[in-house]
Design a protein around this ligand. Sequence first.
Ligand code: ADP
Ligand code: MG
Length: 559
Amino acid sequence: ESQKETLGFQTEVKQLLNLMIHSLYSNKEIFLRELISNASDAEDKLRFAALKDDSLFENDPELKIRLDYDAEKNTVTLSDNGIGMTRDDVVQNLGTIARSGTAEFLQQLSGDEKKDSKLIGQFGVGFYSSFIVADAVEVYTRRAGAPVEEGVHWESKGDGEFTIENVDLNERGTTIVLHLKDDAKEFADGFRLRNLVKKYSDHISFPVVMKSESEEEGEKGEYETVNDATALWTLSRSEIKDEEYKEFYKHISHDFEDPLTWSHNKVEGKLDYTSLLYIPGRAPFDLYNREAPRGLKLYVQRVFIMDDAEQFLPLYLRFTKGVIDSNDLSLNVSREILQNDSTVDSIRTAVTKRVLDMLSKLAKKEPEKYQQFWNEFGTVLKEGPAEDFSNREKIGSLLRFASTHTGEEAQTVSLDEYIGRMKEGQSKIYYITADNFMAAKSSPHLEVFRKKGVEVLILSDRIDEWMMGYLNEYDGKQFQDVARGELDLGDVETEEDKKHQEEATKEHKDLLERIKAALSDRVQDVRVTNRLTDSPACLVVGDFDMGAQMKKIMEAAGQ
Ligand code: ADP
Ligand code: MG
């Protein structure tokens, strides 16, 4: 099968290419970051594979990335001596998009360039970004350890198909040749490319080398390293500029926008590891897919071990991106080993706390950014009280709710704020759940609270009722669903209110009996209430019965 084949791109790839070329038009230069990122990943993967089999180095153990250009031919060429790809890998990786949900995601894009470029940016365009600047792209690649004849040549004009054939390649790894479009010729320039490498890829772990152009910097025509080439997280915080943190985030996250915040820590002592954790500014399209890749990369003694190291964070913090570099774990750890390793458990506990602290700090110091975080990721954080009992209180302080105080649908009220506004004599945190905000807001259950001026949190996300099942109290105060059981307003309710209710119950005993008989087995009880001011009647759920929202979820699940 060395002969040349022509194959079509997966439909999603075609759509993505089209959209990308238009919406990233004003952001062309990011192609270089994407390609260097891939080259760096490939070097990382080779180094990892060579831990078990060092023949993979093929007598060429110096891992580096080479960048060349030709101003006459209008080409930019990027080579790495990383892991490389087999023919099947190439067809798979450079012809399809493996992420599930991509088709649906692409459908949402509107054709509005500004908006789409943000969305696409967050989806991560990777290799395909080559076609923003190139009207033809060639890839030469050979998998490390594979015979010379198993080299692969891939070529495409980005117009829906590509060709693939086997060629002899003496060197392992991947070379990408970009044939620049007329409006992208500017990139076939040494000065421009050097600047871009510095700007986007200074602190990847591998040297990026270019031919020297001036007499002063070494021999003319010899390759020299143009980036710093030390992994960012190994530097000390004081040496790192904010810009560098942000670029590194983009390098590891596939996100084009800046992160909201980050936290970088070296831990020494009983545990010995470095963590660099980021909170993105925007949720990925597959955030709710619990199987979607998670954003932590694991390194052991600076050697890359794996992506999606999900063992280091609970699921409800799955939006976190970053790097863990451990000096305690062994270089030959596997996912299976990580699953029951006490060092991993300790790091996970510590990293979880770091993320929660980072969010608390953001909430305190930059409430607007925290609100942005909440709007994007709040529903995921709401999985926290159920998943992470030990941090319930801390998670509680990070929750934001809609409330009768603001009367707005936006979830902006914290529990601490609520408590600060509690009425004298009020001991509970009241809330109401409903399918949607409007239904909750106009519920008759709120009437008496309005009358008494007592604030009620309005919960209308699908997950809310489930979450409240795990969040029994906060700051020593119990939560109370206003639609449940006998309403106890604590001391906010006056003796007079209570007396009035008792008298009314006596007075209307016959009426209550008759209503109860008429509704027979559809209700458990009929009571006189001072819950209502305008509505004649309302339904109440028993203290230990399933809530209305929960019932619907169970019904939908066929229970
Ligand atoms: P991502 O980097 O997010 O996986 P890309 O579109 O950038 O997505 O790349 C797709 C895949 O192609 C990579 O996951 C990798 O398997 C493969 N690939 C891309 N560039 C290289 C390279 N230089 N060396 C080896 N594999 C590569
Ligand atoms: Mg990539």
